[in-house]
Design a protein around this ligand. Structure first.
Ligand code: SF4
Length: 451
């Protein structure tokens, strides 16, 4: 892999730094990387899809932004979806709910706007702890053309500055479940304060414990100020401006990236921080952007090297189990390409097919270039045809959504729920083995069942 503007000698030293701890990203010149991406075989699919909708994102976002409330404006189906995706949770003070659109609203017999205002007023009077309220659109609210952006503006005039009221769509029409986070974060971007100063913005929800690990690493590397989007408190929105460098932590945030770029920020070209290799290169992108390699050339190796080595060692026993095993990805979370890169390069797995709902070629530029030559990619979904390919290939493990997992298990295939890969802390060095374990566990379970 290459990094723009970096001389060749530095690439060699970067490769050397990684030492004996595992493969480093090979030095692919810029032009070659582009060719590698363009030449990969991609099956384009436009058929029936099996995915969850963007409301699912509320499950992890409401834990992340701790003073926010997510009010879905939807049907009983929407309420069931988030309740079951979130598991059976009983809160003293829940942080998401559904304002149910019933038959009277659908038939136009009631003024849905008036009812929504009533629900929001009641909620905010009862819950003074809420500082940010998201009105989350759904298929039903879109069908009756309820304009939630106008509702948010109208309610904001009443409740700001105590409560910020925003809106986004979590509707299932033509979306995948991780796009809920993208829509939510994109709705936050216009609210971010402006800054003329250089700062690093890490974009994408990660578990607090992972965020703390990265914060310590950036501190040790002398990189800062560093902010995270989404923030833990809505009152702590990160600043953005023409000297903001973006380090994307999730590959499904295309709209958020565009909105941040429109505010002048620049994306750092990097793979995603999954596994020892991805995390190293992700951190290195910030390190180089800060110009730290010129003033302190050995600091990166001193800080990152031991952590990378520990992560690579923690992967060794998983590699023993996964090496040579064949994996098939159905399109679901948009994490498929980075995960496939991790499984192939750090664990020796063979990629049968890597399906993704969208191949965001800019966001995935480094990732696509790192996949083994000839990897079969597919974009979009035509579920029946893809099932046929999967059955014919009989992979050792299938990564897919919940809807496909049970039928495939019944056919004797081993599956991994892709949604678990989004819910679990899997970024960074210290989680590399946990990420690998998400793939070894189903294989162990299957082996025990067979025995
Ligand atoms: S938003 Fe649409 S797809 Fe999602 S639960 Fe509601 S009705 Fe179903």
């Amino acid at each position: 892999m290459s990094t723009p503007g970096r001389p060749k000698s530095e690439f060699r030293s970067a490769q050397h730094e990684a030492g004996p701890v595992g493969p480093v990203i090979p030095l692919v010149p810029e032009s070659q990387a582009a060719v590698a991406t363009a030449e990969r075989p991609v099956i384009k699919q436009r058929g029936q899809r099996e995915v969850f909708c963007g409301l699912t994102g509320i499950v992890w976002l409401h834990r992340k932004i701790q003073d926010a409330f997510f009010l879905v404006v939807g049907s009983r189906t929407c309420a069931h979806l988030i309740q079951s995706a979130a598991g059976v949770m009983i809160f003293a003070e829940p942080r998401f709910a559904t304002a149910i659109i019933d038959e009277r609203d659908l038939a136009g017999l009631a003024d849905a706007n008036e009812e929504l205002d009533r629900v929001v007023t009641r909620l905010l009077e009862r819950r003074p702890d809420i500082r940010m309220l998201f009105l989350v659109g759904s298929c039903p609210s879109e069908v009756i053309k309820l304009d939630l952006s106008r509702a948010a503006a109208r309610l904001s005039t009443r409740f700001s500055p105590a409560v910020r009221i925003l809106n986004y769509s979590g509707s299932g029409i033509e979306t995948t479940f991780t796009q809920g986070e993208d829509a939510c974060l994109a709705s936050l971007v216009p609210q971010l304060p402006a800054t003329p100063e250089q700062n690093l913005l890490v974009v994408g929800a990660m578990a607090d414990v992972v965020e703390d690990q990265f914060r310590r690493l950036f501190d040790e590397l002398g990189i800062g100020p560093v902010h995270f989007l989404p923030p833990r408190q809505s009152t702590d929105l990160p600043p953005v401006g023409p000297h903001t460098q973006l380090l994307m932590a999730q590959p499904f945030l295309g709209d958020t990236l565009r909105a941040l770029e429109a505010r002048g920020a620049t994306r750092l070209v990097a793979p995603f921080p999954f596994g020892a290799e991805g995390t190293t290169e992700w951190l290195r992108a910030a390190w180089l952007a800060w110009g730290r390699d010129r003033s302190e050339p050995t600091r990166f190796a001193n800080v990152v090297g031991p952590k990378r080595e520990r992560a690579a060692r923690s992967l060794a026993r998983h590699r023993l189990e996964l090496q040579g095993k064949r994996v098939f990805f159905f399109p679901d979370s948009q994490l498929e390409v980075p995960l496939a890169r991790f499984l192939a390069r750090e664990l020796g797995m063979q990629l049968v097919e890597v399906g993704s709902p969208y191949l965001h070629r800019v966001m995935l530029d480094r990732e696509l270039a790192l996949l083994p030559e000839g990897t079969q990619l597919s974009e979009g979904q035509d579920v029946e045809r893809q099932l046929d390919r999967c059955r014919a290939a009989r992979p050792d493990i299938v990564v897919c959504g919940l809807g496909l997992a049970n039928p495939l298990e019944a056919e004797g295939l081993t599956t991994k729920w892709s949604i678990e890969l989004v819910f679990s802390p899997v970024h960074g060095f210290e989680q590399a083995a946990d990420l690998a374990a998400l793939f070894t566990r189903p294989l162990d379970r299957r082996a025990r069942l067979v025995a």
